[in-house]
Design a protein around this ligand. Structure first.
Ligand SMILES: [Cu+2]
Length: 664
């Protein structure tokens, strides 16, 4: 067993499992990913504070490698290893999805529901490079697979309530399986009003409504072959973003795929999986509900992506290898219309993403070699080709104002390579790895046109002449595991060359009224990002367990701090379990944010500590089970915001929640 992969299990287990002890089976142990291990099993105790019907955002935030940037109550942006989403690859079942919002209101993670996910596989650094080019890492959101051993109909209905924003959650999960055919359908509805921060302060424009439907159907051709078709339809409406000057009228995604799978555990090439997919994301931002807006704006965006991957896994002697060939084609377009108050004046229209088409193709190979009883090694390498073409004539001519020699098309070659050595003896496990990777600028970084950033209040202009960003990384981990005590220690260092960041350009005049100026994406010669995390679990008695964790990050370019780098944060949980009853008390907090970045508009945040209490119980009635989880978050109603809260919008105040899941 070699835990090279960080796999976090989502607590969907309540839907599909009747015993908390079985959770471990959800912590998949992949032999393939070079990913860092924040050993999931150890994290379990701290993760358990999560509600069954929690948002995926809250769930991901518990991982030591991840911080979530909050712009409202909904759709947070995941930072991996202290790096913004341009530097990571987030996929759903291996599928690439491009967001349609120029303001990061619709990260990929917002298009799935925790209720239809089985796990989030989190890779640190180059280990996350299988599905795309990355610097910080990757998250693959794996949806629930059907339990084909359970023939007939299996279903659950669930409901939840949160007092902080009067959130109502209701949904169902239904499975039907025959010998040759199976299907799974999940539906979740959430509706929330404005939430309240500590001290009972209401945060206006933080409401949202979301519908999510996920359906899968599989046909088993024989024991080894099957075809799976799947769709996700996600529809969020009337979503408020209190930290931003605009809200969302709607954000919709259709995500569809067909997959062919061959599996034969006796063969050298034991698993082959090929998927064709398509997804379409539509986003409409407006400010019609905001008072005192100088000029009303509409900002719709569209992102359509079609692609495939073919993944082959094999085993030969002491080698365990993976070959992943994938490609996708994306079109991204975003517009802005400023409505003139004076009917004699013309409305202003701009393309903020000038109809950029991206073609990306990648070959990724990985091998895990068992050298002897104690030693093993992982090596991986990838080569990608990335082409961006501005297809819209107006978009191209607009950008040519700044870049007169700009050509419509640009092709980049991106390389990545990584190696890791692992040593395992008795309860100890050690690893040491190095990696190198490159990424192309994102659409906003390369081609964005007057994108207003409400954090530093600058209009941003993309730079199509940017070089590839390159990263060198070193990582090391140590774990010690016994039945009673587990400890995990992890350190990562990234040296990123040609680091892309917006820098003020005083020659340009901002478009947004009240903006501080214009920033153009430029490159710092190099930056350093250093991450350190520690987590441990100690079983005091059979029924009482304590867990703790601490995370530290530092990001700088010489004496300049990088933005959005967290201060020291910590968490501790004490958990009591007796049969099907679990009670927990969690303390979490962060120290004062002192290494903030004034250059990028940051002003630092205060330290905070909050306390959460929860209890869950499972009741069995014949073949049916009812799971109830209830508790308080931020019990003392502390008013606080973290370093990652956009424009310092505060987090939730005291929240009473209850989740009920009924399986039948
Ligand atoms: Cu938006």
């Amino acid at each position: 067993m070699n835990k090279l992969s960080v796999v976090i299990s989502l607590l969907i287990l309540l839907f599909h499992q009747s015993n908390a002890q079985q959770q471990a089976s959800y912590f998949t142990d992949s032999t393939h990913q070079l990913a860092e291990v924040v050993v999931a099993v150890q994290q379990k105790a701290t993760n358990k504070k999560i509600k069954v019907l929690s948002s995926l955002d809250n769930y991901l935030e518990n991982n030591n490698a991840i911080n979530m940037v909050k712009r409202g109550a909904y759709a947070w942006e995941a930072l991996i290893n202290g790096m913004a989403s341009e530097r990571s690859v987030i996929t759903i079942d291996g599928m690439r999805i491009y967001s349609a919002c120029t303001d990061k209101m619709d990260p990929v993670t917002s298009y799935v529901e925790i209720t239809n996910l089985s796990k989030a596989v989190i890779h640190s650094g180059q280990a996350g490079g299988a599905n795309g080019s990355t610097i910080g890492g990757g998250i693959d959101l794996i949806r629930t697979k059907i339990d084909t051993n359970k023939l007939g109909v299996n279903a659950s209905i669930f409901t939840g309530f949160e007092s902080t924003n009067q959130q109502k959650i209701i949904g169902t999960s239904m499975q039907y399986a025959e010998k040759k055919f199976y299907t799974l359908l999940d539906f979740t509805y959430r509706n929330a009003q404005n939430y309240k921060a500590g001290n009972n302060i209401e945060i206006p424009f933080s409401q949202f409504t979301k519908y999510n439907l996920s359906a899968t159907a599989g046909w088993k051709i024989n024991h080894q072959k099957q075809i799976i078709a799947s769709v996700i339809y996600d529809d969020a409406r009337n979503v408020g973003y209190p930290a931003l000057p605009m809200d969302v009228a709607f954000a919709k995604a259709f995500i569809g795929s067909v997959q062919y799978e061959y599996h034969n555990s006796k063969s050298t090439l034991y698993h082959w999986e090929t998927k064709l997919y398509f997804n379409s994301v539509t986003h409409l931002m407006d400010d019609t509900k905001r008072p005192n807006v100088p000029v009303h704006m509409d900002m719709p965006g569209w992102a359509n992506t079609a692609g495939f991957y073919s993944k082959l896994e094999g085993k030969m002697n002491n080698h365990n290898f993976l070959i992943n060939l994938n490609a996708h084609y994306n079109t991204s377009l975003a517009e802005m219309t400023m409505y003139s108050k004076n009917s004699n004046e013309k409305d202003m229209f701009m393309l903020t993403w000038p109809g950029v088409h991206t073609i990306f193709g990648k070959l990724f190979v990985e091998d895990k070699i068992d050298l002897n009883k104690n030693w093993s090694a992982n090596i991986s390498a990838g080569l990608s080709i990335n082409n961006n073409t501005i297809k819209n004539e107006l978009g191209l001519t607009s950008l040519q104002i700044f870049y007169p020699n700009l050509l419509a098309s640009k092709t980049r070659l991106l390389k990545n390579i990584a190696g890791k050595i692992n040593y395992r003896k008795n309860q100890w496990q050690q690893s040491f790895g190095v990696g190198f990777g490159e990424r192309a600028p994102s659409i906003s970084e390369g081609y964005g046109f007057y994108l207003f950033n409400s954090f530093d209040r600058y209009d941003y202009i993309g730079n199509p002449t940017l070089k590839n960003e390159k990263s060198l990384e070193i990582n090391s981990s140590t774990s010690y595991n016994t039945k009673i005590l587990s400890i995990h220690f992890q350190a990562d260092y990234f040296r990123i060359f040609n680091y892309i960041i917006g820098m003020p350009n005083h020659n340009f005049i901002p478009m947004t009224i009240g903006a501080n100026g214009v920033k153009v994406y430029q490159q710092l010669p190099y930056v350093n990002i250093f991450n350190l995390s520690f987590s441990s679990t100690y079983r005091i008695t059979n029924s009482i367990q304590i867990a703790g964790k601490m995370v530290y990050r530092k990001g700088n370019y010489e004496s300049l701090n990088l933005p959005q780098i967290q201060p020291i944060s910590y968490g501790s949980t004490i958990r009591y379990q007796h049969k099907n009853f679990i009670a927990e008390c969690t303390v979490e907090g962060a120290l004062k944010h002192t290494n903030f970045s004034p250059t990028f508009g940051e002003t630092g945040t205060d330290d905070y500590t909050i306390l959460n209490l929860s209890a869950s119980k499972q009741i069995k009635i014949f073949n049916q089970t009812v799971q109830i989880k209830t508790g308080f978050e931020n019990l003392f109603d502390r008013y606080y915001s973290t370093f990652a809260d956009w424009n310092k919008i505060p987090r939730n105040g005291r929240n009473f929640f209850i989740n009920v899941v009924y399986n039948f």
